[in-house]
Design a binder for this molecule. Sequence first.
Ligand code: ADP
Ligand code: MG
Length: 310
Amino acid sequence: YKFTSNDLIDRGIIGEGNFGIVCKMLHEKSGTIMAVKRIRSTIDERGQKQMINELDVVMRQNNCPHIVQFFGALFKEGDCWICMELMNTSLDYFYKFVYHKLDQFIPESILAYITYATLQALDYIKSRWGIIHRDVKPSNILVSRKTLKLCDFGISGQLIDSIAKTRDAGCRPYLPPERLDPTRSTREGYDVRSDVWSFGITLYEISTGYFPFREWTSPFDQLQQIVEGPSIELKIDRLSDNCKNFVNTCLNKDENQRPKYKELLEHSFLRRAKEVQQIENVSVYLSDIIDGLENNTDKFQLYYYLPHKN
Ligand code: ADP
Ligand code: MG
């Protein structure tokens, strides 16, 4: 069905990102509650039409259970509103709550499922629509009581272009060495293996509770740490060699040696994640943590950077 911004009732802010805010909104006629991402946009009318067409394709043929559902996009007062399914939280809040509030860790079987679900989504958007995500990070993996869903992938070439103009590489901590190093030729095309790196950082973070680099002071400092610094390696006794091997191959500094999705999907770390029993265990776990998060009244501080304790 078609709707306009007049049909939506604002129910408050959910979160804020680099390019705008995400609000909870009620579509009154249908009683649907949604998450609406509002991005400041400079797209002209022709661009807007094209963008809506691009999003339409994604809305119509989304058969992947791990991709967030879209309701549509609209333009209001120069903002682009992307309307999508409302989830309970995102992995950044989730993992910070588990590690730093509950003082627990995410069990390996759950890590394996998160990995499997996200990989399926990344592989799907690439093989089905030819989309490379370009912004894989914990806050773009949404969590509900039942499952996980990927969001914020570059659906629309139009939107990517308008955002790229305002984007500053210095505030993008998940970029791989080949995207930061000005001397490398790979800066032209974006390869899925750049997303594999960002995914590796994401997995490191949710496995340990910490972002793997110390906080950098400038884009140059970031470049030095990531491009010239030693490789990062996940080393934790509690985790299996299978798990560590999976994460560490994603974090290979040489992008040519990083695996692509098909290969990762065959990795033995994910063998059990595909079983029905496992999927049921996951929803029990997710539900439990989300209950905790929703009942958490003393809003504990969520630091964006939680560099590794050395
Ligand atoms: P970022 O991903 O950089 O944190 P965003 O603007 O994309 O910034 O999102 C801000 C926050 O809004 C996210 O951290 C996430 O917790 C929340 N969020 C985004 N989309 C949804 C959604 N569909 N359902 C629930 N929460 C969402
Ligand atoms: Mg986001």
